[in-house]
Ligand binder design. Sequence first.
Ligand SMILES: *Cc1c(COP(=O)(O)O)cnc(C)c1O
Length: 404
Amino acid sequence: MNAPFIAAASPHVMNTYGRLPIALSHGQGCRVWDVNGKCYLDALGGIAVNTLGHNHAKLVPALQDQLTKLIHTSNYYHVPNQEVLAKKLVELSGMTNVFFCSTGLEANEGALKLARKFGHNKGIERPEIVVYEKAFHGRSIATLSATGNPKIQDGFGPLVEGFIRVPINDIDSLKQATLGNPNVVAVFFEAIQGEGGVYPMQADYLRAVRQLCDERDWLMMIDEVQCGMGRTGKWFAHQWAGIVPDVMPLAKGLGSGVPVGAIVAGPRAANIFQSGNHGTTFGGNPLSMRAGVETIRIMEEDGLLANAATVGAHLAGALAAALKTELTAGSVKEIRGMGLMLGVELAKPCAALVGQCAERGLLISVTADSVIRLVPPLIMSAAEADEVVAILCPLIKQLLAKSN
Ligand SMILES: *Cc1c(COP(=O)(O)O)cnc(C)c1O
């Protein structure tokens, strides 16, 4: 094997992440290995990105084939797989048109531009967009302004104006905050908040917002960057409520690791951008489009929506069983989420679990200080889910038993 890696040494990389002292080398399925040969079970999936896990036997040859053809051209020309992927996303979502970009924040930034132009087209000169407490939409200036986390905003003011912030799952607050305001153009939120702590929007709330948006001619814009692409057992998390949004940003899982973002729009939003209104160099390139097309094809072939639902329910059940005493005592506050997007909220901060789990060979994340977030590849098996529980839960108990 390689000589031991001197971990935690990247002196020329900007210091924006509190990294673990681990350097990963390769992966297979739901497992990854570090440069010293240690194996980890991957319950993080690159933060909800590696839909098909690592080194997938169907995805890799397709990407290799694409590399020999074209990686990048330009949006000056047609990219045939843009139409293939757009048609597929339109079918799966019940919406009508797609713009391709490369990341989540870009998809959201584009959605915010759409909402503003929608307003301007109606003669609203200072459009306002409703956003939510604990929301996360990205780290560009506009998307961090839409984000509901002061830690992400600190130091980057002045923030972009034109946002109204409300609490989740509270239709009266939404009505109150927008009462008599003619400048509101859109409501923008995650169907399940990810970074904010895995908080799902309730189905009743989603239906009530849909109705309000229809009544008031607002765009319903649902950020499915993290919770979309099959993670909850439906293609898009809002589909559990039986509604269709007007605008839906996607990214993360769409390319199974290759950067692909998309703004999916329904009829009310599909024709807002005209030629010259929006663009991106990398968006929709042949490699990323192939990754998107193949990811969806493989997900369908291999029944991964059903797998996400079944294994997700199994994982949630196994966590609840293993943490029964702690749930009763209240030291574990809640296990929430859907499919393979689960959060375990503890009654105390638990960031230390990330390193402790890694030492025992498990990759997880902790978000919002006290929420363990599990967003593994959608290929995870029930046996692997049991392994997650067997490593994670004893460490949770140990952490809770400590007095501080
Ligand atoms: C990760 C995330 C984003 C930002 O995506 P990037 O690709 O990191 O820009 C936006 N919205 C949600 C809900 C996310 O989880």
